[in-house]
Ligand binder design. Structure first.
Ligand code: SF4
Length: 439
């Protein structure tokens, strides 16, 4: 069975197996086709899986508030793999999402031994200035440092009450030698994701976390935590009936009164309340009411002293391969194109990239290339060619043996250098960076 570990260096090739083993839903055409100007990463299957993305789609189409939380690990230079996330964030910002970006300086300290000062310097110089260049609107975005945001740290502590060591071992493979700061990191991440639903940061609302598939363990843990801190569960019971079920044994009457009011306000009439079961059965509710009622109930929980967290939604994108066919990583400079690479470096790296071409030109003409295994094609697909027909043309000409790898590489160098020139010119200055940072 494929394992997912956010701190390992494994490459996840069998995405299908991940969908099956971890209950991630397929992000197919039905998920993106109704979105305004679907982003290339969505329509090309780079984003391949999701949990509860339907909730986000509904918020977009009904123009209701929703929020994105993403994070950056300040452990090296920003490369094209990091850019993928920001491309998605920018797209969603244009669709109306509130944007929060966590600088994971506590996690960097715990897992990579990077000091807080170093984290801040790297985040500002390598990442935040590039985010502005990539189009993130600083006026509608908050970048914060985990170590400075009290609400995140406080929530992490509170969440610890519902998580035990066995769960962390099962989820992350922690051992007796795992240091406690590292063990605390998943709780801090849950604090990042869920604090955006606190009143101070915009209140309870659908929350999307777009991540690489390696981050799914954090999402699963965070969704469990969100659920564990709810007063009510709106669901279909084992006997098939839909109901609102109170999870706490305190203030049962008062809280069931609250729930009853919400249910009636929602428009359901055929209800059966059984205080002894701490349940209200909703005989005229349908499946589509479950999610909506759950959100109404969440708001009522906040009014009555609870957190009312809505479980975060997530999307999962494929991890970009390195130019050499291994994992793209800041620690292996030849595997990645960094946004700060100069033109000569880009040329050198692309010219030595692994392709799906055959060993000789003759064989290439005869049998065609394999764009699916080609790192240059991946650059086109993820970053460099926006027009789908143009991309398809390259694919077909490669497969048909008409295209030479040398010509492809030349085009990739040209387009990449153009892209990086543009980013260099638009990089945020100190004033803009200050505007976007919010402690
Ligand atoms: S022809 Fe282009 S797309 Fe095909 S394998 Fe060569 S570099 Fe890759």
């Amino acid at each position: 069975m494929v394992e997912i570990n956010p701190w390992s260096s494994k490459i996840y090739e069998d995405y299908e197996e991940l969908l099956v083993n971890f209950g991630i839903e397929r992000f197919d055409e039905s998920m993106w086709k109704d979105l305004p100007n679907p982003h290339r990463l969505l329509r090309r299957g780079v984003v391949f899986g999701h949990r509860d993305f339907g909730r986000i789609k509904r918020a977009i189409s009904e123009r209701k508030p929703w929020v994105i939380l993403t994070g950056l690990m300040p452990s090296g230079k920003m490369h094209l793999g990091h850019k993928m996330v920001i491309d998605q964030v920018k797209y969603y910002q244009d669709l109306g999402a509130d944007i929060f970006i966590a600088v994971a300086d506590m996690e960097a300290y715990a897992t990579r031994n990077i000091s807080f000062e170093e984290s801040r310097k790297l985040a500002v110089e390598e990442y935040i200035s590039n985010y502005i260049a990539l189009g993130i609107d600083p006026e509608k975005c908050q970048v914060y440092f985990q170590s400075k945001r009290e609400e995140v740290k406080n929530l992490a502590y509170v969440f610890g009450k519902k998580i035990n060591w066995s769960q962390l071992v099962a989820t992350y493979g922690f051992t007796s030698s795992t240091n406690m700061a590292h063990a605390y990191a998943p709780l801090i991440q849950a604090g990042d994701i869920l604090h955006v639903q606190l009143e101070k940061f915009g209140g309870v609302r659908p929350t999307l976390v777009p991540v690489g598939v390696d981050q799914d363990p954090h999402l699963r843990l965070c969704r469990d935590i969100a659920r564990a801190f709810r007063f009510f569960n709106v669901d279909r019971a084992r006997d098939g009936r839909i109901g609102v079920f109170l999870k706490t044994e305190q203030d049962v009457k008062k809280l069931l009164d609250v729930a009853e009011n919400v249910v009636k306000g929602y428009g359901l009439r055929d209800i059966e309340r059984i205080d002894d079961y701490r349940a209200i059965y909703l005989n005229d509710a349908k499946d589509e009411d479950i999610e909506l009622l759950n959100e109404e109930m969440a708001k009522a929980e906040v009014e009555n002293g609870g957190y009312g967290f809505i479980q975060p939604s997530s999307t999962y994108h494929r991890l970009m391969m390195g130019l050499d066919g291994g994992k793209m990583s800041s620690s292996r400079p030849e595997s990645a194109i960094f946004l700060s690479d100069d033109e000569g470096t880009v040329r050198r790296k692309v010219l030595s990239a692994k392709t799906g071409g055959k060993v000789s030109l003759e064989e290439q003409r005869k049998y065609g290339g394999e764009p699916e295994k080609c790192m240059v094609y991946e650059l086109f697909l993820y970053h460099l060619i926006e027009n789908d027909e143009e991309l398809l043309d390259i694919y077909n000409r490669c497969r048909g043996g008409e295209l030479k790898c040398g010509d492809c590489k030349k085009l990739a160098v040209e387009l990449l250098n153009q892209l990086l020139r543009d980013i260099r010119e638009k990089r945020g200055d100190e004033k803009e960076i200050e505007k976007i940072i919010s402690d």
